[in-house]
Design a protein around this ligand. Sequence first.
Ligand code: GH3
Ligand code: MG
Ligand code: MG
Ligand code: MG
Length: 418
Amino acid sequence: MKNILIIEDDVFYCKNLKKELEREFQFKVNMIHSSKDLKNLDIKNYDLIIADIFLGDTDENYLQGLSSYDIPIIAITAFPDSITKEENIKLNNVIDFILKTDSNKFEQIIDKIKILNYLSKIKILIVDDAKTSQFINLRAIKTLYPISNPIIANNGEEAIEIIEKDETIKFIITDYEMPKMDGITFTKKLRSKYYFDEKVIIAISGNAQRDTSSRFLKAGANDFLYKPFNKEELKCRIDNNIKIVMLLDEIKNMAYKDELTKIYNRRYFYEIASKTFASKVREDFDVSIIMLDIDHFKKLNDTYGHQTGDLVLQKFATLVKNNLRENDVFARYGGEEFIILTIGCDEKKAFMIAENKIRKEVEKLSFEDSNKKEIHFTVSAGVSSRGDTLDEMIKNADNMLYKAKEKRNRVEAEFLYE
Ligand code: GH3
Ligand code: MG
Ligand code: MG
Ligand code: MG
């Protein structure tokens, strides 16, 4: 989603909403204030329309005309009645109705766009043995969210197979009664492998027994709906569950990531690195530690200011991150010290990474700070793959770093002294 159109005759509201959307997302937002303006506009250029249900200069329901384009519309209104009005609910492409209020400002609109963004990055799986309810669920989802086709599985067993092959499936809607593996057994199986925020499971069942919902929830479903449900109810449940997952993501990011450099912090490093170290001992693969420390960083701070120092840390983190493999764990260890756990690299290979992909690249890097001053800096590194414990290996790499600091702009490793 990139281009958004706001159609709203309240110019003040419109301008504030535009400002808020541009602040929150990297969108291009265009706005118009009457249905006349609409005629001169190429609607097809937009990915999402936020439209007031009533415009001052038109009696007819102009949304009817808009909904013939294949562009999702979020309808906004100041009148609660118009949200439940039959003719409005039936409008094609209107994926949500949001009430304009002062108190919650644009929170609901922003949340909805975040939900749409989230859904555009993942896949949905519908698990159901009956073709008719497959179709009903599929159609409901497709009218509620502008997403590509959900995947279908005919029973729990098939669903497990599909999920194991495709990790982008994060959202599952499952039936209860199915051949081979029923929905509750499927939910239990899936939950034993994935946390509730890794795979969201919403169960839907027409089973007359009222304990079906609690059995599903106890098995690990995120939510449950009895059939028949209305679309609005399904939408609210989906939206709420995705909001929870997104909030949790945000909290995890805050807990695990360094605010300034956006890479992992020391705490997360230890969490991941100790797990990796344990499996290295079991499965016997190579791991190495690279300790990094920016040279004369205090002097950079003193010469160019703390802000420039911060910028150096950010540039450094980005450079290193871009030059590492996905599996390597890279974290800010503290101040201007960083640490890397490389996986599948012996000491020599880790040394080459530190020397060629980090030290030399940092030496070549130059950029301007906010005062247009040309900034250069260098980094030193210590490498080790020795030690019976993670702490020992870190200590050994740290000793090598200490040695590198005798000369600076240098990488040292234990094998060089054998
Ligand atoms: P050496 O070459 O021996 O590594 O010297 P150095 O100056 O890089 O190392 P030293 O440990 O003496 O100084 C590190 C400085 O980093 C001191 C501290 O004020 C600064 N620092 C720590 N965290 C931050 C930060 O988040 N931002 C900025 N701008 N500076 C920081
Ligand atoms: Mg069934
Ligand atoms: Mg330093
Ligand atoms: Mg230091």
